[in-house]
Ligand binder design. Structure first.
Ligand SMILES: Cc1ncc(COP(=O)(O)O)c(C=O)c1O
Length: 366
């Protein structure tokens, strides 16, 4: 049997995984649908209505070969306006967006500095032959400054960080904006878990820290999380977007984002803009419940609880599943030490979250 030994090794170390069909009868505290928009029927209905009025329903081709539609352009403009960026491009998935950014922007003679907890897609891209990468300890700005000194000869310095880190749920160290400004460095911020969740306008970490957008700032956001759709966007200066459109393989050699996903994400953006005060109130309520019940302060809607045992996290997940709650059991190598991860998504009520926290608290005491 092919790969028999590899599969055996995974099973032995507790790292073996299987796909499980979603059970829609239990409460969802596992998915990344932070605002519960994936279940808002009115968003789906209005999207279908708009789509049915178009002469076609598939994007048919790549952005550069007859696959760039007015609805793509309209959504890109709306994202730029909402986030204060000059230009933007949408594409299919955040994974591809990270590959596009790292592969295209890091040229010969440049140095990439990446937070050690950056998403797997960025880490994968950093392994491409032409990329000279140095990882710095998570959120450690002193180490980053020292690396800058060490590699001061770099033609260009490019830094890659996340707004809210996907596994720890912690927020980006704001010092990064000053450091990158001083050194005239390109700053890539992956806002997969912060876009739609933090900031006065819920636009993410630039918005949260009130950062005036500069030409060296790049924001990547995903549409499959708080936006309840699928795909991703990259926002940046006009020059950077122009360059990406000309050189980024995941943009050039892939079918453009589906029309349904684009329209749906645009409707979600409108919903977030119109309902931001109510959404912020609901987010704060969930953060308060977690503080009250588990004494843990969270920056966004990710609650990680360290268990440090690959088998135990599965046991906890199964117990909670039996009680009607879906949570994430995240094991090595995705994280250095196994955790259970609760997403305090707005799609479940605050009472349901409180009940889950009480159950987790009881399990932890046992
Ligand atoms: C931090 C981060 N970046 C990028 C991605 C990839 O985004 P997508 O799911 O749209 O491919 C993810 C999602 O899993 C993520 O957590």
């Amino acid at each position: 049997m092919l790969y028999e030994n590899e599969l055996k090794a995974l099973k032995k170390s507790g790292r073996y995984r299987t796909r499980e069909v979603v059970n829609n009868d239990i409460l969802d505290f596992a998915s990344n649908d932070y605002l519960g928009l994936a279940h808002k029927k009115e968003l789906h209905t209005s999207t279908c209505q708009e789509l049915s009025e178009l002469p076609l329903h598939s994007s048919k081709a790549s952005l550069l070969v007859n696959g760039y539609h007015q609805i793509h352009k309209d959504f890109e403009r709306a994202l730029c306006e909402a986030n204060g960026f000059k230009d933007g491009v949408i594409l299919g998935s955040g994974f591809n967006a990270n590959i596009a950014l790292i592969d295209t922007l890091v040229r010969k003679g440049d140095v990439l500095f990446m937070d050690e907890k950056y998403h797997a897609s960025g880490v994968l891209a950093s392994k491409l032959g032409h990329v000279n990468v140095h990882f710095f300890a998570h959120n450690d700005m002193n180490e980053l400054k020292n690396l800058f000194l060490k590699y001061s000869e770099a033609k260009r310095k490019i830094v890659a960080v996340e707004g809210i880190y996907s596994m720890d749920g912690d927020i980006l160290n704001p010092e990064i904006f000053e450091i990158c400004e001083r050194d005239d460095t390109i700053l890539i911020v992956d806002e997969a878990h912060s876009s739609g969740v933090i900031g006065d306008k819920l636009m993410g970490v630039f918005n949260y820290y009130n950062i005036a957008i500069q030409p060296n700032h790049i924001k990547m956001g995903t549409l499959g999380k708080a936006y309840g759709s699928f795909g991703a966007f990259i926002l940046a200066s006009e020059h950077i977007i122009e360059y990406l459109i000309n050189r980024a393989k995941p943009i050039i050699y892939a079918t453009s984002l589906s029309l349904y996903d684009t329209l749906l994400a645009h409707n979600s953006l409108k919903f977030i803009v119109q309902n931001r005060e109510d959404l912020k109130t609901e987010i704060k309520i969930r953060q308060k419940i977690i503080l009250e019940e588990l004494d843990i302060k969270i920056d966004a809607l990710i609650l990680p609880i360290l268990i440090n045992d690959n088998k135990k996290v599965i046991e906890i997940k199964n117990v909670l599943h039996h009680d009607g709650f879906a949570i994430g059991a995240i094991r090595e190598p995705t994280v250095p030490k196994a955790i259970i991860r609760v997403i305090a998504r707005l799609g479940q009520s605050s009472d349901e979250l409180r009940l889950l926290c009480q159950k987790i608290s009881a399990i932890m005491i046992k």
